[in-house]
Design a protein around this ligand. Structure first.
Ligand code: ATP
Length: 738
């Protein structure tokens, strides 16, 4: 049983590391362990003294929104030497530390592995020097658990590393900002992202930012790549595209392996095309700022998992990394992580690009192909399929809808289909309010908020079906893609059922889940929910800033309809003390406990407490009611305020996560539509992301997974985050005991 452990951050800092440290410290204290913090990475581990000191519950309070790492990090040459590591072992032994959690990149995880491997050797040597009574206290083994912390997202054993999502948000928003200035001046911009051996940031940034060209280290360039790139930019200008954006990873290489410099790219384009080219190296901006909601939740989940792994540790020393694969926490041995992560770099160095891409995974290769399709000036297919495919955005608008429409339309056009946009959702189908969607028109939609096609809530009736059937025939619509929420799913069902009386309605139908509520069946994430979550978390960070002289409790109401995703994930990412969810409802007994907990928190010294309430958590215990109740019971200990976040939650341009999800779903929708049309099938399918990548699920099966009465899926994966949220956000247990 591990009784004493330490946590440290190492290598380059990454946003979200603080959330990881907070989760490790609080979960460990909650489990009865003593926890040390190691300051300044391995350098602190070697230095010992005050650089390794106990951490208490409140030491990690208020750090969730902070970028960087409050423990500090450093690159340590001393730790690379055997003598340095021996000193580190001595420092750990002196404090009886039996386990170490390291948050960092592959170098840091390599260091952790070496330390664990050498532990007994160093202990034996130190034991000979130590007095007999000192030897008894030396831990026989050191358990090490790594957490992937690196903005590059270059680690094997996890789909995302802590910090990558925040960095990607910086990149796509920087591209958005540059796009507007580039368009005003008809300029071409070259944007350099981080990533020495990994093109993830550049590739996803190019996809989410709608770039014109991308250069990544994993791709072998042919000898004429300058010509191809210049020609693409030239043609884009010729057809009147207002701006061009070339995204290049810092590790991109020439065919001979030499690095591609941004100044060289600028010279090539300026000399060949005689145009105004500007370079922006994003540099350390990518690492900075508050972590995104995703990074906070990722780091929290992994931090909790690392401690729980240690709690179950047996006699065999642990030497693992916890990562997130397909939205599940997984464990991989550190040797495999380090070996496979570094192998990609080695393959690139040797010019073995195919192998490098294979190790990056199928998703990376697919994305590279997709980016190349999207950067085309015109569709590849000359053949025009008969009829057309219609696309609509249904229900309430969600950030990322435009991205999905843009990608689905271009993928279909690329395969030779004509595409018809339907204005104002199902109402447009009834009124035949259509507009042809053209390649260059939808290209600029990738980053736009809301929906260009327009959305509307409308429940289809019998007479609607008849008119829709007529319009489908008249406009030769062969298939329909609906991007939307619950209302769109139910209307799709009505259309399919209507086919028995209106044969024209028997057409392939593909649903793309898009709603901020994350309440759709057979998918763990819907397009839009990440943007809404980030909007909520940013608002809550600001509310926390208002904690001044007065002690305040806030009751904050968030959207989500009958799904508690936004409330629960918002609480986990912001450190809110409580989340009222529609799945659980609210009882009087619970409110009683919450009043007591609130009073206790302020007695323990808290200055600000936030209770999040989903808009439908209870019919009668409204936000206002809860606020009044808390106020009445405050007895001068605190004041109460309410904040209803309302529509700001669905506003703004989509986050990187939503854009990438929308790109994946949009291209999958086009692929699925093509397949159904080729097979002559008349099926309805809903796209979903359930751990295994984007899948097409028969509409009937998807609706089966829905509890129509409750207005949400029967199974909601995110409820498993509840216990972590409750443990981590409460007041220091020691204070409550007093
Ligand atoms: P990033 O992805 O941001 O570069 P990183 O963790 O890979 O993060 P590195 O500088 O490679 O960053 O490693 C951080 C520290 O880990 C090094 O300064 C060193 O102290 C330790 N370390 C790296 N490799 C080894 C090794 N082979 N043996 C012992 N210690 C190592």
């Amino acid at each position: 049983m591990v009784r004493t452990m330490a946590v440290m951050t190492s290598g380059g800092d990454a946003p979200g590391m603080n959330a990881g440290v907070r989760a490790v410290v609080r979960r460990a204290l909650d489990g009865g362990m003593d926890v040390y913090g190691v300051f300044s990475g391995y350098e602190g581990l070697v230095a010992g003294g005050d650089a390794i000191r106990p951490l208490g519950w409140n030491d990690v309070g208020g750090i969730l929104p902070r970028g960087g790492t409050f423990l500090g990090t450093a690159r340590s040459e001393r730790f690379r030497t055997v003598e340095g590591r021996r000193q580190a072992v001595k420092n750990l032994c002196e404090r009886g530390i039996q386990a170490l959690v390291v948050i960092g990149g592959d170098g840091s995880l390599m260091g952790a592995r070496v330390l664990a491997e050498e532990w007994q050797m160093h202990c034996a040597e130190l034991g000979q020097e130590a007095p007999a009574e000192g030897r008894a206290g030396m831990p026989e083994r050191l358990h090490v658990v790594g957490l992937p912390g690196s903005i590059d997202n270059d680690l094997y054993g996890t789909d995302m590393s802590i910090g990558a999502d925040t960095a990607l948000n910086h990149i796509v928003h920087a591209i958005d900002d540059l796009t507007s200035t580039a368009a005003s001046h008809q300029r071409t911009f070259i944007v350099e992202t981080m990533g020495r051996h990994c093109g993830y940031l550049a590739l996803m940034g190019a996809l989410g930012g709608g770039a014109s060209w991308v250069l990544v280290p994993e791709e072998e360039l042919d000898l004429r790549w300058h010509e191809k790139m210049s020609r693409a930019i030239e043609r884009a200008r010729a057809i009147g595209r207002p701006h061009q954006m070339v995204v290049v990873a810092e590790g991109a290489r020439h065919p001979d392996g030499l690095p591609i410099r941004t100044e060289e790219l600028k010279r090539i384009l300026a000399e060949r095309l005689g145009i105004d080219v500007r370079v922006t190296v994003l540099g350390h901006v990518q690492r900075g700022g508050p972590p995104s909601a995703f990074d906070r939740i990722l780091a929290t989940r992994l931090g909790v998992a690392a401690v729980e792994l240690l709690m179950g540790a047996g006699p065999e020393p642990l030497c693992h990394m916890v990562g997130l694969q397909k939205n599940r926490v997984t464990t991989t041995s550190l040797s495999e992580v380090v070996e496979k992560s570094r192998a990609v770099g080695r393959h690139i160095d040797r010019g073995n690009y195919q192998e490098a891409q294979r190790l990056r995974g199928e998703g990376f290769v697919r994305t590279l192909d997709l980016v190349k399709t999207l950067t085309r000036i015109e569709p590849a297919a000359s053949r025009q399929e008969e009829g057309c495919v219609a696309i609509l955005t249904g229900g309430a608008d969600a950030p990322g809808m435009n991205t999905a429409v843009s990608i689905a339309a271009r993928c279909l056009l690329n395969d030779g289909y004509a595409v018809l946009g339907v204005r104002d959702a199902f109402r447009g189908l009834i009124a035949a309010d259509f507009q042809p969607l053209e390649w260059n028109q939808v290209t600029g939609w990738v980053n736009r908020p809301s929906s260009e096609l327009g959305t509307a809530r409308h429940e289809l009736s019998g007479s609607d079906l008849e008119r829709i059937a007529r319009n489908i025939q008249a406009h030769h619509i062969r298939g329909l893609i609906a991007v939307g929420g619950l209302g769109a799913y139910l209307n799709a069902k009505r259309l399919m059922e209507g086919a028995s009386s209106h044969p024209a309605l028997a057409l392939p139908l593909v649903l793309i889940p898009a709603t901020i509520d994350n309440n759709l069946p057979c998918t763990e994430f819907t397009i839009g929910c990440d943007t809404a979550l980030n909007n909520i978390v940013q608002a809550l960070d600001k509310i926390r800033h208002t904690a001044g002289a007065n002690r305040r409790a806030f009751v904050v109401e968030v959207m989500g309809r009958q799904s508690g995703f936004l409330a629960l994930a918002g609480a986990l990412a912001s450190g809110a003390e409580k989340a009222y969810l529609p799945e659980r409802g609210i009882s009087l007994a619970e409110l009683n406990t919450d009043v007591e907990a609130l009073r206790e928190s302020f007695r323990c010294g808290k200055r600000m407490v936030i209770y999040l309430r989903n808009e439908n958590a209870s019919r009668h215990y409204t936000t206002d009611f809860i606020a009044r109740l808390l106020e009445e019971e405050s007895r001068g200990l605190y004041q109460v305020r309410t904040a209803i976040l309302g529509h700001l939650q669905r506003g703004g341009s989509p986050t990187a996560f939503d854009r990438i999800l929308a790109c994946r779903m949009g291209s999958a929708a086009a692929r699925e539509m093509g397949r159904l049309l080729e097979e002559g099938a008349r099926d309805g399918v809903a796209l979903g992301l359930r751990g295994r990548g984007v899948e097409a699920i028969p509409l009937g099966e998807a609706l089966e997974a829905l509890d129509l009465q409750a207005g949400r899926p029967r199974r909601q994966w995110f409820l498993e985050l509840d216990s972590a949220a409750q443990i981590l956000a409460r007041s220091a247990p020691s204070c409550l005991v007093q």
